[in-house]
Ligand binder design. Sequence first.
Ligand SMILES: N[C@@H](CCC(=O)N[C@@H](CS)C(=O)NCC(=O)O)C(=O)O
Length: 201
Amino acid sequence: MRARMALLTAGIQCEVREVVLKDKPQAMLDISPKATVPVLQLPDGRIIDESLDIMCWALAENDPEAWMSPANGSRDGMFELIRQNDTEFKFHLDRYKYPRRFGESVDARYHFDRACEFLTGLDTGLRQNGFLFGERASLADVALFPFVRQFASVDPEKFEQISCLHVKQWLEYWLGDRCFSQVMKKLPPWHVGDNSTFLLS
Ligand SMILES: N[C@@H](CCC(=O)N[C@@H](CS)C(=O)NCC(=O)O)C(=O)O
């Protein structure tokens, strides 16, 4: 979703092929054997198969909302926060969401608490300005909120009870974002020979 949001905001037209993870198309595996989504294939054949790299590529092409230039803090600061999200927060999110997948001894409660510590850190920053790096959205906001959304939706009542008011307001803002609503529109899975579906309609 974060890759699609960056492409959409940058105004980059591309064909979108929805993938069912349990039934990955051969065409995807041929260009990206690591077999994770998203995968972006450029017209010159280059492949970008990390969501953050797709965001950075798209915003280097066109960045109308200045997501790469945070109002406060630095670009390095954004990348460091994204790194923490993609490693630490994601680690605890996965174990909170799917404890059985990670073995008998995984304690979902423990991972919920560790994830909440990360959110408490975000809450402190959000209290000042409303967004993670100032009073307007940046790459960091768009890169992080889909993970916080996932965390909230594991158990919405439990999420409601945590004390991170500013994180909740920030998440509400993003859930109501026009660009997010557009990329969330459900698409049928892609099969060879299907008519093309485009990101910008
Ligand atoms: N760091 C990668 C993570 C990609 C990733 O793990 N994507 C998941 C879906 S959100 C996936 O494709 N998993 C492969 C699978 O479940 O088979 C990125 O952000 O692009």
